[in-house]
Design a protein around this ligand. Structure first.
Ligand SMILES: [Zn+2]
Ligand SMILES: [Zn+2]
Length: 438
């Protein structure tokens, strides 16, 4: 009897193990939803890391990077409770204690101040609380936050690193990007990790231009959309939008340098996790990555090869580029009575790359992306065609440097943004050749 019971237990264990292994050995590529850029109390966000991670998990995300400024959530860190509540503009500590209980929440009283402090959990502790195999994964990240010597702001998101990377100086934005990429490459080699880096919110304080994005060809990613309100994504009367900057940078790379284009991510950059401040809310922008496994390596490699799209709400079931026929075909997931318009955007070969400085109202030169449109017409980032419906496609004529798709829904984003009123998705450039291959 005792032996039989052991056999049954063993059989159950074998079945469970076989099912779990099948997830990894026979899995087909599928879409995983993730946010690569988030802040917590480890820097200037207002949420405890495990609370933030649970919010994303409960909202249906599959992976999350907490990317605090120049720090990893490692080691010992204490915050004054009153500072936590002041930043959140609510009783954040009491909510945290109420949710996780006194056995999880750690506090101490610093005798010299008589002020209670709460310990921030490092990733290796909260990972165990929030991760779920095949459903939710934490991928460690850092936002390298720095200024070039000329005062221009540069923030770089570094995803899947193991050790904190201190910002490196540079005289210009280009030099600063290159120097920090070199630091990341050294760390990647030393730790045996595949690490990806993307340029954050290039229009924040108008720090980064298209020419900067084009120049450092080792940089392959940037934020075409960042969920923070008023961070410059739509541009203004003098500065181009991040969408336009993407086309200028890709055209300069492909036509002028024979270098591969940038791929674009969308991220939340969420700081405000209690809902009473709205500038940097979670849930505004994310990436959908097509990969077999929900592991850091599988996700990072898929992003590296461009198997992902950026979204603020539009969902794509298929993004297929058939190289032999040059056809880019999308299948958009229908939602209620929402309607969709897809623009296929790109630049043709032989484009005029003459740019001229932009001027402000007083006629002074503005240090920003050059104006290529007055010389080239609208040849850079030209809308090749616009298609309505849920099955748009575009077949390359053969004279395009690249083509990409932007899909706009008639539906408003679930988390409203003051910068754009409709849900969108952006697919990566296809049909390009850099140094003879793409
Ligand atoms: Zn930033
Ligand atoms: Zn940030």
């Amino acid at each position: 009897m005792k032996r039989n019971r052991h056999l049954i237990v063993l059989a159950c264990l074998v079945t469970a193990t076989a099912l779990a292994d099948e997830v990894f050995t026979n899995s087909e590529p599928r879409w995983w939803r993730g946010n690569l850029h988030t802040h917590t109390l480890w820097s200037d966000g207002d949420g405890f890391p495990e609370v933030v991670a649970q919010w994303y998990r409960d909202a249906g995300y599959n992976f999350l990077s907490l990317s605090d400024h120049n720090v990893l959530s490692q080691g010992e860190k204490w915050k004054r409770v009153k500072d936590v509540d002041a930043r959140a503009k609510t009783n954040a500590f009491a909510q945290y204690l109420n949710r996780f209980g006194p056995h999880w929440v750690e506090t101490r009283t610093a005798t010299e101040h008589e002020a209670m402090e709460v310990r921030l959990k490092p990733i290796e502790e909260y990972r165990a609380l929030v991760e779920e195999r095949g459903r939710f994964l934490m991928i460690q990240a850092e936002e390298i936050t720095h200024e070039a010597k000329n005062g221009r702001a540069l923030h770089l998101n570094v995803v899947n690193l193991l050790e904190v990377i201190a910002p490196r100086d540079g005289a210009t934005i280009r030099e600063t990007i290159a120097n920090n990429l070199a630091a990341v490459e050294e760390s990647a080699r030393r730790t045996g990790r595949e690490i990806i880096v993307h340029v954050n919110h290039p229009n924040y304080k108008w720090g980064v231009t298209s020419e900067d994005l084009a120049a450092v060809v080792g940089e392959r990613f940037f934020e075409v959309w960042n969920g923070v309100d008023n961070d410059g994504d739509p541009g203004d009367e003098i500065h181009p939008s991040t969408d336009e900057m993407w086309d200028v940078a890709n055209t300069l790379r492909l036509a002028g340098m024979g270098a591969p284009p940038l791929f674009a991510v969308a991220t939340d950059d969420s700081h405000d996790h209690h809902g009473n401040k709205t500038r940097a809310l979670p849930g505004r922008a994310w990436v959908m990555v097509q990969a077999r496994h929900l592991t850091p390596e599988s996700i990072v490699q898929a992003i590296r090869t461009g198997d992902f799209y950026a979204s603020t709400g539009v969902e794509l079931d298929e993004v297929v580029f058939d190289k032999p026929t040059g056809k880019l075909a999308l299948r958009i997931r229908a939602k209620g009575d929402a309607t969709f318009v897809t623009q296929f955007i790109g630049t043709r070969k032989g484009v005029n790359l003459t740019g001229k400085p932009r001027l402000d109202k007083a006629g002074r030169i503005v240090e920003t992306t050059l104006d290529y449109r007055s010389a080239s017409g609208s040849q850079i980032g030209e809308v090749f065609c616009e298609v309505k419906g849920v099955n748009p496609s575009y077949t390359l004529r053969g004279d395009e440097l690249y083509v990409r798709a932007v899909i706009t829904s008639s539906a408003a984003p679930r988390v409203p943004s003051s910068e754009f009123p409709f849900q969108r998705a952006w697919t990566q450039p296809v049909g390009w050749r850099a140094h003879g291959a793409d």
